[in-house]
Design a protein around this ligand. Sequence first.
Ligand SMILES: [Zn+2]
Length: 303
Amino acid sequence: MEQQQNLFSEIFVNYEINAYSPKKKFIYGNNDKAKRICKYCGKTIKTGATFNEVAHAIPESLGNKTIISADECDSCNDKFSKTIDLDIFEYLKLFRVLYGKKGKKGVPKLKFKNGTEISHNGTNAIIIQRTNDTANNINFSNENFKIPLEFSKDINFMNIYRALVKYVMAVIPNKEIPNFSRTIEWIMDIKNDGTLLELPAIAAKIDFQNYHDQPMFMIYRRKNENDSLPYMYAEIRITTMIFVFIIPFCRKDTINFSKKDNFDIFWKFNKHYAHFTDWTFNNFNVDVEKHTIMNMQMNKKST
Ligand SMILES: [Zn+2]
């Protein structure tokens, strides 16, 4: 307990923390449709927006059933479902299948470009490698080997960053939105042309012990003027992945957290994260779809 307090004491001085993992359905934002302003395009019913669809703060395809966002118009909802939501879904669906999580059509069977198939029989994940894969140098008799998984859809990793940030925007109070006008411009303005932007690294790790079918997240909002630290950052636990990321382009920030020295100060400040060494720090700063191969490391179970 005391150790816990030491890990968090600095954070509590500087940040207000809100956790989102409702067991019951909760609608964030304005219940009255007539008063809604879309957080992303700024439109209201009077200026042509419609709010007929239920906008999930995080898509249902990623397991979210309860966190609903009111202030998202149908047109923006549709745009996200055809762009950024697809990239993050493609990236994470492997974990959903490994854990046998059902979608609308049962547990999906994944087929990768290089022939590997992954499915689930209700108890175990089944991985089928049809060809004797000499090209990829896999020797199944080895104790440990890697299976390369060649994604059938090219992934825009900046869109994964955009999606994570959009999920945060979906639940923060409307009065915070003006601080993030540039952030929202960036979320909306998908170029997919190789544009390189200065974005902070995204810390990620896989926690195979804890699977989150319903995504949960924590949002940290700085409550003082200590601008050596970012105004807002978040932790999202989704499937077996944990992402920790700074909300970029915030008006309240004066420091560039894409610079390693500045990011390191932020990371060391978060003792409860920095305490663990198995994080990877990812640069999702190129706005382009990339051919993606993920290597799955297989280790023989010790008996
Ligand atoms: Zn909109």
